[in-house]
Design a protein around this ligand. Sequence first.
Ligand SMILES: Cc1cc2nc3c(=O)[nH]c(=O)nc-3n(C[C@H](O)[C@H](O)[C@H](O)COP(=O)(O)OP(=O)(O)OC[C@H]3O[C@@H](n4cnc5c(N)ncnc54)[C@H](O)[C@@H]3O)c2cc1C
Length: 310
Amino acid sequence: MKIVASQELARAGAGGVSASLMSHTIGSPPIARAARPEIKARVLPQVLSGEKISALAITEPGGGSDVANLRTRARRDGDHYVVSGEKTFITSGVRADYLTVAVRTGGEGAGGVSLLLIEGHTPGLSRTRLKKMGWWASDTATLHFDDCRVPAENLIGEEGHGFKIIMQNFNSERMGMAASCTAFARVCLDEAIVYAKERKTFGKPLAQHQVIRHKIVDMAQKVAASQAMLEMLAWRLEQGESPVAEICMMKNQATQTMAFCASEAVQIFGGAGFMRGIKAERIYREVKVNAIGGGTEEIMKDLASRQMGL
Ligand SMILES: Cc1cc2nc3c(=O)[nH]c(=O)nc-3n(C[C@H](O)[C@H](O)[C@H](O)COP(=O)(O)OP(=O)(O)OC[C@H]3O[C@@H](n4cnc5c(N)ncnc54)[C@H](O)[C@@H]3O)c2cc1C
């Protein structure tokens, strides 16, 4: 269901729209899975009805890939945690009402990481808007926590169990991104086919030049392979499997397919492909964020190789 929704949203050809509309799909699952019942009952209906915005804040200025080494500190003080530190590149960061924040409550490493629900109006929280290469429709921010007092009941799951919840959350985020990227690749393919049939050079449509036809077939081949892999993995997840290595490979397969198709589509459009107004032009500017966000291409390979026992 989530895959169908991600792919349909992506058909508009604007990843920023999907990113901003869907930040609750990464911010709220930890709440649904592990928050106290009274927190779930208060927060989730507001998010699902669209009244409130949910976001996930893990990445820090000091590093995003090495989640186990995050530094934002939450110190227990009576019935509260006192949070200090910074998060960056956070989707919906400026507008979010509910922030699911990864903090360090314990010692070094993954075992010291917990998740806290921090409300947007908490004194000591300030936010800085960031400008980006693409995804302009999506709000991205740096968050500054300056001795924010957060009720201890806002702890999501148990202290020290945050890393595991974050990793579970990544699987679904990566599948959602893979679905969108495959759909964006298809948008590029479809747009290129229409143009290649219309545009004439040397007395015939582009599509009748063999080089262009071959580009289109290469695009179609990669889109079909990504979609088939995606549907197979979705089926395996439905069967209760947890194919982590394959999900990592799927994310890379889909982002590489999107990168290839965006580049080839822009090329087929020629100068027009460099101009605003063509979907492939926008998608081309959104390639990198998908190969970086939700776990970079390099980290996906590293994680997959470890799962494979290498
Ligand atoms: C538009 C946008 C929206 C985002 N939204 C969110 C969000 O909502 N919430 C959130 O928490 N984060 C978000 N992120 C952050 C994103 O998840 C991180 O950018 C990403 O995880 C990489 O972290 P980093 O940028 O700190 O890069 P780094 O971790 O500093 O890595 C830099 C480079 O080094 C490579 N590298 C790092 N370690 C290794 C290694 N061991 N071996 C090989 N190569 C390595 C990386 O692959 C990368 O290419 C967003 C990012 C962007 C751009």
